[in-house]
Design a protein around this ligand. Structure first.
Ligand SMILES: Nc1ncnc2c1ncn2[C@@H]1O[C@H](COP(=O)(O)OP(=O)(O)O)[C@@H](O)[C@H]1O
Ligand SMILES: N[C@@H](CCOP(=O)(O)O)C(=O)O
Length: 327
């Protein structure tokens, strides 16, 4: 359960006083998520999410994240919105943490994604990439290729405790990725964490996207690579080409990928797998067992890294190119 910071009712009532959301009727911690503390609140005016931003979120990035949600919503992409206080402010402080009230998004995330879900998420990723173009703020990806080695260095000495030989294997992957990481591909605002638990559906219809707290400016195709990993592998570790095809054709129906992006996709998918392996490994080794958070398995992502190392072309993910190029 991701509640790192608990709050009292009195503190919360005082925090909510400047908002116009009616009287607080109930609140409880949300048993999902990894990064921040989230609470579901019921007030006289409906349901809201209260988020307390924890230590891995840089306070200076919050205007980017909150502004992006407003920008995307204005462009027609369904996502939660930060609630403004009567004085216009969206960001306050609660229990020593930056905190915001966010509108509640109806829907459920798919526990067992189908090809139809994958097609929808491909489309929404592309819509996000196009909509992000008019956003006037930018944020570097703090977890891109240059950040991986410092992150790895914090776990390397203990990696072989998780699996013998892991240290040598990851080191080799890291070198390969650092030497071959593509640049110059189409880029802009990406979500960077578009996992199933961040995409809500009502029935078969995508009802919205949440959790923009890794969003940044980076390669569009890297975001696609993150999605391929998060949506298209089965629980037994096998890549599901039908899901890959659906996700990529959904994406291409909104924004066709360029030939250079297609060529880079295996390297990007390998790097995207390493990025989530590294944060999960760090948490696996460092988050105390008693913490109210469900640690995610780094080995799932090691299996994906092994898979991508042997991919020769994006066609093996299901990419079908028409020859059309876009930017
Ligand atoms: N706007 C929202 N509407 C509905 N539920 C939400 C909303 N934001 C967060 N949640 C719930 O809280 C959980 C954790 O949120 P998330 O933003 O993924 O946290 P974290 O940033 O800690 O990973 C989600 O899986 C969802 O159940
Ligand atoms: N998606 C990441 C962890 C980040 O947590 P989220 O709950 O914000 O998606 C992973 O699976 O490692």
């Amino acid at each position: 359960m991701a509640v790192y910071t608990d709050i009292t009712e009195a503190e919360l009532r005082a925090f909510l006083e400047p908002y116009d959301i009616g009287e607080l009727l109930s609140y409880k911690g949300i048993a999902e998520g990894v990064e921040n503390s989230n609470f579901l609140m019921h007030t006289e005016k409906g349901s809201f999410i209260l988020t307390l931003y924890e230590k891995r979120v840089d306070r200076n990035d919050l205007p980017f994240f909150l502004g992006l949600m407003e920008h995307l919503a204005e462009s027609g992409l369904t996502c939660p919105l930060p609630v403004h206080r009567r004085d216009g402010i969206v960001l306050g402080e609660l229990a020593g943490r930056p905190a915001a009230v966010i509108t509640f998004l109806e829907g459920m995330w798919p526990r067992r994604p189908t090809p139809d879900h994958c097609r929808e998420v491909g489309k929404v990723a592309a819509m996000l990439h196009l909509s992000g173009r008019g956003f006037d703020r930018s944020r570097k990806n703090a977890l891109s290729v240059r950040a991986w080695r410092p992150l790895w260095n914090q776990s390397a000495a203990r990696a072989d405790e998780v699996e013998p030989g892991l240290s040598r294997e990851v080191e080799a992957d890291l070198e390969r990725l650092e030497e071959n990481w593509p640049d110059g591909l189409p880029s802009g605002v990406i979500h960077a964490d578009l996992f199933p638990d961040n995409v809500f559906f009502l029935g078969e219809t995508l009802s919205g996207v949440i959790d923009f707290y890794f969003a940044c400016n980076d390669l569009f195709a890297y975001d696609v690579a993150v999605c391929l990993n998060a949506w298209c592998f089965e629980r037994d570790g096998a890549f599901n080409m039908t899901k890959g095809l659906a996700l990529l054709s959904g994406y291409q129906s909104v924004r066709p990928v360029t030939a250079a992006e297609a060529e880079a996709l295996p390297m990007l998918a390998h790097g995207a797998a390493l990025r989530f392996f590294l944060t999960r490994l760090y948490d696996w080794l460092n988050v105390p067992d008693g913490a109210m958070v469900v640690k995610k398995d780094p080995m799932e992502y090691l299996r994906y890294m092994r898979f991508h190392r042997n991919i020769g072309s994006a066609a093996e993910y299901g990419l079908r190119q028409s020859g059309a190029e876009s930017h």
